[in-house]
Structures are given as C-alpha cells and as structure tokens.
Design a protein around this ligand. Structure first.
Ligand code: PEP
Ligand code: MN
Length: 340
C-alpha cells in the first residue's frame, strides 16, 4: 500500500500517520521527494482500512500496489532516483558512459584503456577481475590482482570503477577496491549475494539475466533494497531469443518499461547485447534515444588479442567517434553527454 501526502503536507503530518500505522503489522517508510511525501507500507496490509488512512491529516491518496516489488516501484517513489558514483550521477539529465575492457588483463592494459576512454568522455571505468565464463577452460580473470590494477588505474585517471562480483566471499575485497558492484546476468538471481549486497552502502549495477523477465529483474533489485541498500542501477544487456544473428537480442522496450515501473536509473549494455563491435554504435544510439540513463561499453586497446569478448570490443578510436555521435543524440532528446 502506498500513501501519497498532499503537496502542502508537512513531515510532522507524515510522522503522525506513521505513528498511527504502528498498530498494524506493517513497516511504514516515508520517502521525501522533491515535491511529494510518500509513505510506503510493506507487510500485512489487509487490516489497514483505506478510508481510515484517508482520514489522517495531510493524506491525499491511498493506493493498493499489486506489483510484488515495493521499494523498487515508482508508485512508492514517484521521483526518479539519482545514483551517484564518484562524480557521475545516473538518473539525471547527464548520461554517464561506463567504458573499459571485458577483463582486466595486465596493469598496462587497464591503465592505457582507462586513459583513452577518459579522454573520450567516459566517466567510469569497467573491467572484470572475477570472470563468470561459460567454459571452465576460458580465462577466469586475474581475481584480486585485477582489482588492484583497476584501483591503480582509477587513482591515475580519477575514474571510479565498476567490476563484477561473483561470490559473497569477495565482498571484503570489493569494499576495499570497487566503487560500484556489478552483478552479472548469470548472478541476477543469486539471492544470497543480493541479500549480502543489501548491507553495503556502495551502489550496485544489477544486470538482467538473459532469460529473466522485467518483473524478475525488479524483484532482484527488491532483494538488495529490502536490506537497506537503495543505490541500485538496473542494466538491460540483451536477452536470449530465437534469433542467432546477434549474441543476444537487445530488449530496447525494457528501457521505457523499466523507467515507467521503477524510479531506479536504467543503463544499457550494447556490447553483450549485440556481441559484435560494429553493432555497438547503433544499439548505443538507440538506447540513448529510448531514454537510457547510462551506457556500459566494452573497449579494448587490442580487441584481436583480447582474453575475453574481443569480437564485441571497440577500439579506443571507435569509442571516441561513438561518443561524439552519442553526444548529439543525447542533445536531440533533451539530455547531455559531456565530452571531456
Ligand atoms: C560483463 O560485463 O563482462 C559480463 C560478463 O556481462 P553479463 O553478465 O551481462 O554477461
Ligand atoms: Mn564481457
């Protein structure tokens, strides 16, 4: 259940309503938006009489929520959430672009890519150190060493880092070295990991599983949020369909649908969606035009010899060109992508 307070309602009136609600087995959370105070109720709301709620001072409206996710629900939080990572803000007018290699390979490689993508206008650095590969015989990542190299590249360039966590046991290391956790498609429903990340205060980039519905993605966000961490960025990275011409099918409609259902920012990953470098520019532009709040793009200094995902990686030159085009698309839809 969601209680929307009147525009001129005071925080004291919201507190009185919450006090009154304490007689029921529900948890009432006030959300103070720019214009509206909203009180979200989770728990057993069956005993809460809507008309009695309407009689509390300052209450404008009471809504029953049918969606199983509450904290991620836009009804619960009408204003879009702004999620800050370093100097980058997701969910506002500016569209931050995250770029970097699929995997951290050497200290020199990550530093070179970091410098090149920053020069082109990227505001966050990506790179995997713990790689969840389909084959156990493929490169599995540099693990802790990779995080240390990324951290050095971050210190040299000032770019905050986002990197994938695959297991709860890595949390201590990530708390020390990462600026944002990435939960990969293969771990979107690793509920123990999601619950554990709920106790962190660092933001989480939550990728949609390749066979998961939009509602399942939002329920995974709910897992993290229910333990207190509300700094979630959703990521559409392509889903599995019958089509074989592309690695996955970019579900572009997921962008406006997620933005309508949830207040959380939505980032698009055109690299894993298309799986081929020449597709990345078109998919990136489509994502910005569709309202994405950010992009995460794979860039490698030597794609032909990359240890993972070379086929879909842009060269730094390709990336620089793309950023200029994206900046124009952003302007056309009332957003900005600032080139450095
Ligand atoms: C990645 O970002 O390198 C990755 C493995 O992505 P996904 O989890 O979307 O497959
Ligand atoms: Mn990859």
């Amino acid at each position: 259940m969601i209680i929307v307070m009147k525009n001129d309602a005071t925080r004291a009136q919201a507190a009185q309503a919450i006090d009154w609600l304490s007689q029921f087995p529900v948890e009432a959370t006030p959300i103070y938006g720019a214009d509206t105070i909203v009180i979200g109720l989770v728990g057993d709301t069956t005993q809460v009489d809507e008309e009695m709620v309407m009689m509390r001072e300052g209450v404008e409206r009471v809504m029953k929520v049918s969606e199983p996710y509450k904290r991620a629900n836009r009804k619960f939080h009408p204003d879009s959430s702004l999620i800050q990572v370093g100097d980058a803000v997701f969910g506002g007018t500016e569209i931050p672009v995250i770029a970097g290699p699929c995997s951290v390979e050497t200290e020199e490689q990550i530093l070179e890519v970091a410098q090149r993508v920053r020069a082109a206008g990227a505001t966050l650095l990506r790179g995997g150190a713990f790689k969840p590969r389909t084959s156990p015989y493929s490169f599995q990542g540099l693990k802790a060493e990779g995080l240390i190299y990324m951290n050095k590249a971050s210190q040299d360039t000032g770019l905050p880092i986002v990197t994938e966590i695959t297991n709860i046991s890595q949390i201590e290391l990530f708390e020390q070295y990462a600026d944002m956790y990435q939960v990969g498609a293969r771990n979107m429903q690793n509920f123990e990991l999601l619950k554990a990340l709920g106790f962190s205060s660092k933001p989480v980039l939550l990728k949609r599983g390749f066979s998961n519905t939009i509602e399942e993605l939002l329920m995974s966000a709910e897992y993290i949020m229910s333990n207190g961490n509300t700094n979630i960025i959703l990521c559409e990275r392509g889903i599995r369909t019958y089509e074989t011409a592309t690695r996955n099918t970019l579900d572009i409609s997921a962008v406006p649908v997620l933005k309508r259902l949830s207040h959380l920012p939505v980032v698009v990953d055109p690299s894993h969606a298309g799986g081929i470098a020449w597709l990345v520019p078109a998919l990136s532009k489509a994502a910005v035009a569709a309202g994405a709040d950010g992009l995460i793009i794979e860039v490698h200094n030597d794609p032909a010899n990359a240890l993972s995902d070379g086929m879909q990686s842009l060269t730094p030159e390709d990336f620089e060109r793309l950023m200029k085009e994206l900046s124009q698309v952003a302007t056309a839809v009332g957003r900005t992508i600032t080139l450095s």
